[in-house]
Design a protein around this ligand. Structure first.
Ligand code: SF4
Length: 334
């Protein structure tokens, strides 16, 4: 058996369009170890959510297609499973929490019954046992007065409590990997902190791995052991979270970190990365980031950088990563 829980190898995803196939994910590889928390970082459109949907087998059909690669969960390729086997794996081994709990929950079914359905469908439990387990799961995600609240409908819960219901549903079957796609984006800062704490507690209680998709470096640094930075459908940097924050070695990561508000920005304009991510239909030649990169050279404009070993224990896709990693300025954050 593989020592990694999840291994994504050379994943490529294309979308159909009037202009022909558009590549949304391009030869993406990464791993998640048992019990590890990996943050997948990047701007909107970088391919984070498409990657999660490809792993879960829920890409929109027939618009999207996996054109290459493997998604190995404990050595079993999820992309090669029969629909029946994939349904059994989803929920039981791997589960997902989405950003918007209100649209993800069924508005006309009490939340307890929605969680109980997981036990009835996957475990064959009778209605009474499934409902008891659902209430227990609601307690596990710290929903107060769980027994009574199980009869309430989604609209009767606050945003934070609804997200807890979603987490309860995702964790009902004790998966080994939880994919959380921007789970706190719709929540205010206090509730966001509570949900992040809850995810951390549940992860350590259950020994579960977490793939946290976020554009928010603050959120990622609170939760993750490792970070994978994506740009234009490809991985550009992979590093232990603290080391990435301390010393980014890709210009895009450096730009993301520099644009996080900090005390040094008081009374100054917050730096931003100039320009916009490329359209799928109009990718730049060479390195996709070159039109926005202050380190770009002719080599960058002509040749796409491969992913290489960078600083110890890290990977980076940049021709000039050493210059970025070893620059001596105030942009690296402690
Ligand atoms: Fe910038 Fe060149 Fe590195 Fe791309 S390869 S990120 S353009 S320095």
């Amino acid at each position: 058996m593989s020592s990694n829980l999840l291994e994504v190898r050379g994943l490529s995803v294309q979308f159909r369009s009037a202009e022909g196939p558009l590549t949304a994910i391009d030869d993406l590889s990464f791993t998640i170890g048992h019990g590890q928390a990996l943050a997948v970082l990047g701007e909107s459109g970088s391919g984070k959510s498409v990657t999660a949907k490809a792993i879960m087998g829920i890409l929109p059909q027939p618009a999207a297609k996996v054109t290459a690669g493997q998604v190995l969960l404990e050595g079993e390729d999820l992309l090669a499973l029969t629909p029946k086997r994939l349904r059994a794996v989803r929920g039981a081994k791997i589960a997902m929490v989405f950003q918007d709990a209100l649209t993800s929950l069924n508005p006309v079914v009490p939340v307890g019954a929605q969680i109980a359905e997981m036990y009835r469908i996957h475990r064959g439990d009778n209605r009474r046992d499934a409902q008891a387990k659902a209430v227990e799961m609601m307690r596990a995600v710290r929903i107060p007065d769980a027994r009574n609240r199980a009869a309430d409908y989604p609209f009767q819960f606050s945003g934070g409590m609804r997200q807890r219901v979603m987490i309860a549903m995702a964790l009902a079957l004790d998966p080994q990997l939880l994919i959380a796609d921007e789970p706190t984006t719709a929540l205010d800062v206090t509730v966001q902190a509570q949900i992040l704490d809850l995810l951390q507690e549940l992860r350590s209680e259950r020994g579960m791995a977490l793939m946290l998709i976020t554009h928010d470096l603050g959120v990622a640094s609170q939760v993750a052991d490792e970070a994978l930075v994506m740009y234009a459908g490809s991985a550009v940097e992979r590093a232990p979270m603290a080391e990435l924050m301390q010393r980014p070695s890709h210009p895009y990561t450096l730009g993301l970190l520099s644009s996080v508000p900090g005390p040094e920005h008081r009374a100054k304009d917050l730096p931003t990365i100039p320009g916009l991510p490329p359209l799928l239909s109009n990718r730049p030649t060479g390195c996709s980031f070159h039109p926005r990169c202050s380190f770009a050279t002719d080599l960058c404009r002509q040749t796409r950088p491969a992913v290489v070993a960078g600083l110890p224990g890290r990977e980076v896709a940049c021709h000039h990563w050493e210059e970025v990693a070893h620059r001596d300025d105030a942009t690296a954050r402690a």
